[in-house]
Design a protein around this ligand. Sequence first.
Ligand SMILES: NC(=O)c1ccc[n+]([C@@H]2O[C@H](COP(=O)([O-])OP(=O)(O)OC[C@H]3O[C@@H](n4cnc5c(N)ncnc54)[C@H](O)[C@@H]3O)[C@@H](O)[C@H]2O)c1
Length: 509
Amino acid sequence: MARFARPALVLRDLRVSVAKHTGECHRRERGLSGGGGDAKQRAARQAQAAGRPTAAGCDVSNRSLHGVDVEALRRRLVSREATVGVIGLGYVGLPLVGALAENGFTVVGFDIDAEKVATLNSGRSFIRHIPHEAIAGMVRSRRFRAVTDFAELAKVDAVLICVPTPLTRHREPDLSYIVGTTESIAPHLRPGHLIVLESTTYPGTTREVMLPILERGGLKSGRDFFLAYSPEREDPGNTQYSTTKIPKVVGGDGADAVALVAALYDQFVSRTVPVSSCETAEAVKLTENIFRAVNIALVNELKMVFAAMGIDVWEVIRAASTKPFGFMPFYPGPGLGGHCIPIDPFYLTWKAREYDISTRFIELAGEINTAMPRYVIERLQRALDERAGKGLKGAKVLILGVAYKKNVDDLRESPTLKIMELLEERGASFTYHDPFVPEIAPSREHPEFAGRRSVALTPETARGADAALICTDHDGVDYRLLVEHCPLVVDTRNACAHAGIEAGTVVKA
Ligand SMILES: NC(=O)c1ccc[n+]([C@@H]2O[C@H](COP(=O)([O-])OP(=O)(O)OC[C@H]3O[C@@H](n4cnc5c(N)ncnc54)[C@H](O)[C@@H]3O)[C@@H](O)[C@H]2O)c1
């Protein structure tokens, strides 16, 4: 059962040690004093003399096996002289590269996609909310270059891994990217490397899956190289919380690994939060995403109940949010999308089976959220029937927004693609308007929509549809024009109300 217990570590002691250890270390490097330094140093000396972990000092173990000087590595990280490798230059990896480079690190980006690597080296971005100039600036200043050759790993001090963690066709964790990446690192692993997994995954991945691959060549984690897990909390498109403003949870395989990973992140994020193990850090990320999945399912269920009662769930949430404690607003929608919330919870479901535990909350939330596109189609069908005396079959529908959330160009797991599939299944035809997605890229689930192009939102396109269906509430879309010219608007995001538009032709779904 308790697969994570490592007899060499007393977790409670480590937690206390690590939290104080890294926090204190951080303050001292920045020239900040928490006060009482002498007393702390005295306590540290006494603790050391008693053979306990030092809570007040910030020294790493400073052993020198295989020539590894841990304290020297920590100093390189703190002084930002270290070169950092980022593997996987996507929605998570690329902002991380930016945060590191902006804060004085030299960064080498690794990706298996040669086209992405060439694009980045030519100073261009392939992610809409990351401007070309941000990439061009890093390349010009020689703070960043991208490569496909993993032999370059030998030149970096720390490696941060941000590769995909999807589900397989059978909805089980697909660790092939993590395993592939670890296999690519292994031949180039050298004494003194700090390896950090950032991809979202189930508790145990770092130590049960990665560690044996990395140790195959004879180097030992915690002695020769350092292995850690720090979940990425990136929220693409969120202008309030960019990479550096989001606290970073860090867990490591041993105290040196935690101290080193915290020393690195302390240089460019607002706060690091050390926890007692890699497994705890892995569980933190899943907990955050399960919390969202379950709460979104709850409001989606409430939406259906309240709609049947003639109550507007958006008004209910707005009023409930005035309670200053014990309530946190979540919002309904056409279903879950993106790389995280529809997928990550099932990493825990899979792992829980190993312990004979079923994750009923997660399954139920998944069931409710997955049913949302069908609910939206039913609402659309009913609205057409009641308001236009028309069936869904043969209806022309103008879809607003195909990206899975507002103001991003990411289509992964977008519920709009499912809605499109259902519309065609029922004999309706559709066009779509999405300023962030000019053309639908090929996807495994919906190859049939690849190449479809966004139409302009004009009085003519709005008038030409029997109904418009708002699936994503991007900013900058002219919802007023839509409502003025389209005979029926079915709104899954409350976008019209948010734009101050009230009209009898708008139906919430
Ligand atoms: N997108 C988000 O909002 C978000 C937020 C938090 C956490 N995460 C997690 O971060 C991880 C990465 O997600 P993402 O959205 O950045 O994915 P992404 O698909 O945008 O980027 C992944 C990149 O990794 C590259 N890659 C794949 N296999 C590789 C390999 N073996 N070696 C080198 N490069 C390889 C791909 O070419 C791609 O460029 C996932 O675990 C995800 O769950 C994502």
